[in-house]
Design a protein around this ligand. Structure first.
Ligand SMILES: Cc1cc2nc3c(=O)[nH]c(=O)nc-3n(C[C@H](O)[C@H](O)[C@H](O)COP(=O)(O)OP(=O)(O)OC[C@H]3O[C@@H](n4cnc5c(N)ncnc54)[C@H](O)[C@@H]3O)c2cc1C
Length: 457
């Protein structure tokens, strides 16, 4: 039996791997339109010794699937330095360290006293009635405007490069939505969850946020892709995109960009939403219409390396995010060499800034020189760095991260309904149920389970 997978990003590769684990004799083919596999995961080790991540920088170790996959591929995970748990927000001209515990939060002056008291009022705020609020509506209603603008809005930038006024809370941060629904209050919910965790002897504190420790590999995230490709071998075919799929009785005809038609018992689309829309335009335009409503704003990554002695800033932590009300041109900057070892040659540091996203997509498409200039200007204002960088890399993603807008969950249900009439066709990837790498890997394994069950009946 044969399965064709479109897309050799982590979703497609992990689906192929998981399928073969379940049914080793399966004939699995992964077709990738680009000349290289990995999708948004690609690592460049430059000849002068800088390690630059083109897209995905790391994953959190609090969800097991990526770590498990790495373990099965004999990859040694690399945990971030402890000090990188210190995170900063640039607000009103100052980098504020984000308080890490409730007492330190209430003692810090990051929010005004009024803003802090408003957060306490969250306990008395009634449960929401709108089943699909935006992140901004939810946060302002429960935590107040100041907490939203200074803390929640930058979170939308950090994870989605998104606009909190447009992202659906339920689809983007389902855990937060569930806590409100279950406990009526985030504070009460977290206290109850912490009590339960203590009773069960768990050491990890439950939180509404992502939690966990940032994790990568000594040679960067590209190691995960290389290991998967090595295991899958000639089953991965790059430079051959899927153009069209069509049901033919109980099988599927898959047309490739070179004109060849491959027949398969099941087809998995692990491509971005805009590519899925094209592939399905004839066989199911209704799914195409839903996929069309998932935008992908542009995002540029600008990595600058400096000789250490040029930088007086302590770089003690993970880096900073910038709330959109500050009107700056960077979404945030990671202090890469303070997060993982081995990211720059001895005697150098490296900073990685994000430009563009849903609120300023056009900035990401400026020329590389202009992007470097504007990042340098922002680093001068925010961190006092005036020196010329010794190393520069800019990566531009014209279509970066899918945005789950209001109505996303209904869209997914409608797609699921359409797919029931298209036996043997599956869709996975970051356009649907989580953009984080961990979500992609988890969903790839779930898809493999469904596909193998379908093939075995
Ligand atoms: C700049 C950036 C930074 C990120 N950083 C992080 C991070 O640090 N941590 C994290 O958890 N997540 C991060 N993400 C999210 C990341 O997108 C996902 O975690 C994950 O890598 C997405 O994998 P995917 O396979 O679903 O999609 P993709 O990686 O987009 O892969 C889809 C693949 O399909 C291919 N394709 C497209 N059309 C066709 C076609 N017609 N036929 C065949 N193949 C096709 C594409 O070329 C691509 O290789 C980041 C995203 C971006 C853009």
């Amino acid at each position: 039996m044969k399965v064709v997978i479109a897309g050799a990003g982590i979703s497609g590769l992990a689906t192929a791997y998981a399928l073969l684990e379940r049914v080793p004799e399966l004939d699995v083919r992964v077709f990738e339109s680009e000349q290289v596999s990995g999708g948004k995961i690609r690592t460049e080790r430059t000849p002068d010794g800088f390690l630059c991540e083109w897209g995905v920088n790391a994953f959190l170790d609090n969800k097991p699937k990526t770590l498990e996959l790495a373990g099965r591929l004999a990859l040694e995970p690399l945990r971030s330095y402890d000090a990188s748990r210190k995170r900063y927000i640039y607000s009103e001209g100052v980098l504020h360290r984000l308080p890490e515990s409730p007492p330190s939060f209430f003692l810090s002056n990051f929010l005004s006293l009024r803003g802090r008291l408003r957060i306490l009022g969250e306990i008395f705020t009634p449960r929401g009635t709108d089943p699909d609020e935006t992140l901004a509506e939810f946060a302002i209603r429960r935590l107040g405007r100041e907490a939203f603008e200074k803390m929640i809005d930058p979170m939308a930038s950090g994870v989605y490069a998104g606009d909190a006024g447009a992202l659906s809370l339920k689809s983007c941060f389902p855990r937060i939505y569930e806590i409100e629904q279950e406990y009526g209050s985030l504070i009460r919910g977290l206290i109850a969850l912490q009590k339960r965790a203590r009773k069960e002897g768990k050491t990890d504190k439950p939180s509404a946020g992502p939690g966990g420790k940032l994790t990568s590999f000594a040679e960067g995230m590209g190691s995960l892709v290389s290991a998967l490709c090595e295991t899958l071998g000639s089953r991965v075919c790059t430079g051959q995109g899927v153009v069209r799929v069509e049901p033919e009785g109980k099988t599927w005809a898959v047309e490739l960009s070179g004109g060849e038609v491959v027949r398969a018992d099941a087809v998995v689309l692990a491509v971005p939403a805009y590519a899925g829309r094209e592939i399905l335009s004839e066989v199911c335009p209704r799914i195409g219409g839903i996929l069309d409503r998932i935008p992908y704003p542009s995002l540029a990554i600008c990595s600058l390396g400096y000789r250490k002695e040029k930088i007086s800033h302590s770089l003690d932590g993970f880096g900073f995010l910038v709330p959109s009300r500050e009107g700056r041109k960077v979404l945030g900057t990671l202090w890469d060499t303070s997060i993982f070892p081995n990211r720059a040659p001895a005697g150098y540091i490296m900073l990685r800034s994000m430009v563009g996203g849903a609120r300023a997509s056009d900035l990401a498409l400026l020329s590389e020189d202009r992007i470097v200039d504007l990042v340098r200007e922002e680093l001068k204002t925010i961190m006092g760095i005036e020196a010329l960088p010794d190393f520069v890399r800019v990566y531009r993603h014209e279509k970066a991260i899918p945005q789950y807008l209001r109505g996303h969950a209904e869209g997914l249900s409608a797609i699921q309904k359409e797919l029931t009439g298209l036996s043997g066709l599956y869709m996975t990837g970051n356009a649907f149920r989580g953009v984080a790498l961990n979500d992609c890997v988890t969903n790839a394994f779930l898809s493999a389970k469904d596909i193998s069950a379908y093939l075995m009946t």
